[in-house]
Write a protein that binds this ligand. Structure first.
Ligand code: ZN
Length: 331
């Protein structure tokens, strides 16, 4: 029998501690040792920061590593646990899903101790790290095939108080957009599981295909703003601007707001993220590859909205999302 999942040090140790979250070996691969950083300054908020859930979203691991350098000198109270890379096999493969078992780590929570490797990672995190936190920041970037503005996101939560707390925490990032995102595919998400355990859980998202220095500045400022709002560090919030857009829109999006491709082909965006559109405005064009006519298909805005995410740089299949629109929350 293989060893149980464990952390190689005591999270209650005061000060800075480092070690590993050990995910036991299974039939599909050897044990994994995920670096963990613990910054324990006693009483106060308990925060878990994770990155690298999806292996093709590398801003999160980079920003998490920067925090490991920056935080020990500045944290005044409370506990912060940082796990820069949740899914090392996926990061090594630059793959959204784990290459070993093909699973999306963000759809298998709370995991299974005797499952495949992705499920074992989720189990170890759920069992050993999540209980040590009241708040979780999970650093994503929407993947390389979308353009997406810097945003903090959450999903609808049945518990009204937790919903309000979570939205308030998300807004504290002071990124250009705070998004309440209602979609159907939430089963097994880290968010959903953490919310079910009463935790405040916020995702940071920041798309654009490749990691860039300018984007990282905005991303890091957002996370620092949230640390200030939690009371873990002292300082003044910054208001990062993105494409001359003001900070602080709170938007909501629902399943019908995802515009789908009517045919397989190449999608040509005709607008940029955060553009405001009215009904019938051209959002993009689909160029079918199998058609002899050469006629393209217009994709138009269903109503007055903000273009929140737009597909870029990859062939799309029929019925695949090409744009996501949103509207101001509660209006
Ligand atoms: Zn992601």
């Amino acid at each position: 029998m293989s060893e149980a999942p464990h952390i190689t040090f005591d999270l209650d140790t005061p000060g800075v501690s480092t070690g590993h979250l050990v995910v036991p070996k299974g039939a599909d691969c050897e044990a994994l040792s995920l670096p963990v950083f613990s910054l324990n300054k006693g009483e106060g908020p308990r925060l878990l920061i994770t990155g690298g859930c999806h292996g093709d979203e590398l801003e999160g691991p980079i920003v998490a590593r920067r925090l490991v350098e920056w935080l020990p000198e500045r944290q005044t109270c409370g506990r912060v646990i940082i796990l820069p890379v949740l899914n090392p096999p996926a990061v090594q493969a630059w793959s959204r899903n784990t290459p070993i078992d093909g699973l999306n780590l963000n759809r298998v929570f709370p995991g299974r101790v005797d499952g495949s490797v992705t499920e074992r990672i989720a189990d170890a995190v759920s069992r050993l790290l999540l209980p040590a936190a009241d708040t979780v920041f999970d650093l994503h970037s929407f993947g390389p095939t979308w353009d997406f503005p810097p945003a903090s996101t959450t999903h609808p939560i049945a518990d009204v108080d937790l919903m309000a707390q979570t939205l308030q925490m998300a807004a504290a990032f002071k990124l250009p957009v705070t998004l309440l995102w209602d979609h159907h595919d939430t089963h097994g998400m880290f968010d959903t599981w953490a919310h079910s355990q009463g935790k405040v859980f916020v995702c940071a998202e920041f798309g654009g295909g490749t990691v860039g220095a300018d984007n990282l500045v905005i991303y890091e400022a957002g996370v620092r703003n949230a640390l200030i709002a939690l009371g873990l560090v002292e300082g003044k919030a910054e208001f990062p601007t993105f494409r001359q857009q003001k900070s602080g829109q709170t938007l909501e999006t629902h399943p019908p707001d995802e515009l789908k491709s009517p045919a397989p082909g190449i999608f040509e965006p005709r607008c940029s993220v955060l553009d405001e559109v009215n009904q019938g405005d051209l959002i993009g064009i689909l160029h079918p590859m199998n058609s002899l006519s050469g006629e393209s298909i217009d994709i138009r805005a269903p109503g007055t909205s903000v273009v929140f995410a737009i597909r870029s740089g990859a062939h799309v299949d029929v019925n695949e999302g090409v744009a996501l629109v949103a509207r101001p929350l509660n209006t």
